[in-house]
Design a protein around this ligand. Sequence first.
Ligand SMILES: Cc1cc2nc3c(=O)[nH]c(=O)nc-3n(C[C@H](O)[C@H](O)[C@H](O)COP(=O)(O)OP(=O)(O)OC[C@H]3O[C@@H](n4cnc5c(N)ncnc54)[C@H](O)[C@@H]3O)c2cc1C
Length: 397
Amino acid sequence: MLYDAIIIGGGACGLMCAAQAGLLGKRVLLLEKNDKVGAKILISGGGRCNFTNTGTSLENFVSDNPHFLNTAFSLWTVEDTIDFFRNFGQIEGEEKTLGQLFPRSNKAKDIVHVFTKLLYETGQDIWLNTEAKSVVKEGDTYVLTAIRDGREQKLQTRKLVFASGGLPVAKLGASDFALRIAKQFGLSVIPTAPALVPLTITGKDERWYAELAGNTIFSRVYNDRISFEENILFTHWGLSGPAILQISSYWRPGENFFINLLPHADIGDLIKNERIIGGKRTIGQLLQPYFSKKIVDSLGKYLPIHLKIASLSKSDALLIAETVHKFKVKPAGDKGYDKAEVMRGGIATTELDPRTLESKKNKGLYFGGEAVDITGWLGGYNFQWAWASGFLIAQDL
Ligand SMILES: Cc1cc2nc3c(=O)[nH]c(=O)nc-3n(C[C@H](O)[C@H](O)[C@H](O)COP(=O)(O)OP(=O)(O)OC[C@H]3O[C@@H](n4cnc5c(N)ncnc54)[C@H](O)[C@@H]3O)c2cc1C
């Protein structure tokens, strides 16, 4: 056996794992089904790659067991991510918003370059256009069958790393490989679903949303478990924008959530103050400083926007407060894995050693990155987990 380990997947986790293994003097073989590594990194953050978040904490992750991350994030911190890219790629992080760090060059390819350079310098092998197909155990080794440039290859190894990601975006190489092999080896998998994904609206309200397509509102989107304050974006089929992507990770089919369209003012107070000065303005006029004309007009479907404030009844005022601060949304569904940034669910953390991410049941099998039941919020958290998991695994190869 030529290699200390074989890593399946040349994305964020696999690249970090191979690079760290190289720095430790180990030799690995990295298999990637695409014709290049880091396809998702390259398009991430709109091509700029939001590579970590300075505010990373367990609260920013959805998982059956977020505390699993305690160990990973104590062994590989946000500072470690920042230092890594600074030391090996002269990349300085620039904070755009809410702790989100991007390379100052604004080029995601600079991030990928750090890895290709390190892998080259440490003599690691990369096989592109190579798709891992199946794994069987023979004695204390694993035999991996892969198709490389159309030809079947059998590879034997004692340590096999699954860094093949999750289900989102098939055209970027996504596959169910890690989940399928995990199940084959008896690991439990938390049910998966698209996350950080736009949500669709159908039925009687569909046209109302479609007519507002392209408009954004800074809002607080919330349910009984969580809230996010960012923009929402109306689309022809429903809702998108950062606040919607965030809540989508917590939304389950059939559930509602609410939008506070005016999170930094109280419509009840605005009405009260307007009454004091005579209440001559209409509800539409009262809302105009806060929303575009198009949005105010469209709120007319739900509110008496032409009514003068002086003549509002108590129930009108209640309806207005409810609509503005507690706008109810019942999505029909989500836009699916091809529009999702990440996958929720995955290999149960209880199956893995938190220090090494080795399967507790199967010595020599390691699982990292998005395939595991750790899903970050929007904002660089998913890469922080991918880097951390790649680092952890590399220490044990
Ligand atoms: C549009 C978009 C934008 C994003 N932007 C950000 C962002 O700015 N910040 C952030 O933190 N997160 C972002 N994410 C999420 C982030 O990209 C993922 O969480 C992260 O890439 C997961 O890393 P991974 O290594 O587990 O998987 P991936 O990066 O997906 O890598 C898995 C690799 O395995 C390969 N593979 C799969 N199956 C096989 C197989 N059978 N054989 C061989 N190779 C295989 C795939 O081709 C792929 O290259 C974004 C995601 C999307 C879709």
